[in-house]
Design a protein around this ligand. Structure first.
Ligand SMILES: Nc1ncnc2c1ncn2[C@@H]1O[C@H](COP(=O)(O)OP(=O)(O)OP(=O)(O)O)[C@@H](O)[C@H]1O
Ligand SMILES: [Mg+2]
Length: 372
């Protein structure tokens, strides 16, 4: 496709040809103004191409009615782009309403999606965007894009405006969603680390959306096609390769576990059996609540009404070892708790695990694990 804006000498997008495999996450990375947004908006015809064709499956959508097309392609714009005068629920319901779903089905879908992006429906459905944090707004943006279950999702720097920890969580959530839903996702970012973490494939774009390299993250890291790509990969490629190893790729350790409402004496026994000083306390749904020391557990009421420790940070199976290391460096335990679907406890990663992984990466001199 090519896009030439009126009055511009150079095309904003100069004859790009790209095949995006169904069900994968493809990252577009490149300098400001190189044509990423223009490329993406041509996919759902928010911008009309000057020339070229767009095929989705075998379907030539180049001349399809753009309104209809857009209902089948979810779009997450930068900074969530929620309508401020609509509640969270109404924001999510926009496309289903356009599709004239009945009320019950829409209400059920809204709650299902809020649940999917880890926002308690009862608590968030009726709030307004200004009553949410930036990260929560972006989750609603993702929920809204998913509302009518489109097979294709376009995301333009969706996590650009949030702090690094929230961004890491949103990235993990996106990977988890992708595991569950297998959408085809085109994702624009400035952040090469984000591209490595999320992408099945990365397209490094130069001015005019010219493709410098379109490849898997490990190939781009290990065999950059030219100096332009090399400048993106940058220094610290060794540490970046920690970004290529997922928590699910390493053997998790077992922590001693107790349940809210359980017997502290048994928890102490469990900890001693594993030679641990702390247990991780889970709620009825196996979601981690807090660490508890053996001393705390000597109180027979220790496991009654345990409140969640707000400072307890977990990583998910889709997180990278880099994320896990970050978490560890800010916690006092030298271990980080790993959660899976619906935030259920899976195990822990210990600092030794990360050291071993780094050692292996250094020795092999090439990336381990997979980015898929
Ligand atoms: N409506 C427009 N009219 C004229 N030129 C435009 C228009 N929109 C974008 N451009 C130009 O087209 C080029 C590509 O813009 P585009 O928004 O696609 O870049 P981008 O890669 O998304 O950049 P960024 O990373 O800053 O978001 C830029 O040079 C931009 O100035
Ligand atoms: Mg842009």
């Amino acid at each position: 496709m090519t896009k030439r804006y009126d009055g511009q000498d150079e095309p904003a997008v100069d004859n790009i040809t790209m095949e995006i495999p169904a069900g994968q996450i493809v990252m577009l990375v490149g300098p400001s103004g190189c044509g990423k947004t223009t490329t993406m908006k041509m996919i759902n015809r928010l911008i009309e191409p000057t020339s070229g064709r767009i095929l989705i499956g075998d379907d030539d959508v180049t001349h399809r009615n753009p309104d209809q097309l857009r209902r089948h392609i979810g779009y997450v714009i930068q900074g969530a782009g929620l309508f401020p005068h609509l509640s969270v629920g109404d924001n999510i319901a926009i496309v289903p309403r356009l599709l004239k779903w009945d009320k019950k089905r829409i209400a059920a879908r809204v709650d299902e999606l809020l649940d999917l992006v880890s926002l308690e429906p009862g608590q968030y459905r009726d709030r307004y965007p200004r009553e949410l944090s930036g990260g929560q707004q972006q989750r609603v943006g993702v929920a809204r894009a998913l509302a009518a279950d489109p097979p294709v999702l376009l995301m333009d720097e969706p996590f650009g405006a949030v702090d690094p920890i929230t961004r890491q969580r949103l990235q993990d959530e996106l990977l988890r969603l992708h595991d569950e839903l297998r959408k085809t996702i085109v994702f624009v970012t400035h952040d090469f680390d984000e591209a490595v973490k999320l992408g099945d494939r990365i397209a490094i774009l130069q001015k005019g959306s010219r493709i410098a390299q379109y490849d898997t993250p490990d190939r781009i890291l290990s065999e950059p096609a030219n100096d332009f790509v090399r400048s993106f990969v940058g220094a610290g490629a060794a540490l970046k390769q920690l970004t290529l190893t997922r928590v699910r790729d390493v053997d998790l350790h077992e922590a001693a576990v107790a349940h809210v409402g359980g017997d502290p004496a048994m928890a102490i026994e469990a900890a001693r059996a594993l030679d641990r000083e702390h247990v991780i306390v889970l709620d009825e749904q196996d979601r981690p609540q807090r660490w508890m020391s053996l001393t705390e557990l000597e109180d027979s009421g220790a496991l009654t009404g345990v409140a969640r420790d707000e400072a307890l940070e977990c990583v998910s199976l889709a997180s990278t070892l880099n994320d896990a290391l970050d978490e560890m460096l800010t916690s006092s335990h030298g271990v980080v708790v790993v959660t899976g679907r619906r935030n259920t406890y899976q195990g822990v990663v210990r600092v030794e695990t990360i050291m071993d992984a780094m050692e292996n990466l250094r020795r092999s001199g090439e990336p381990s694990g997979t980015a898929s």
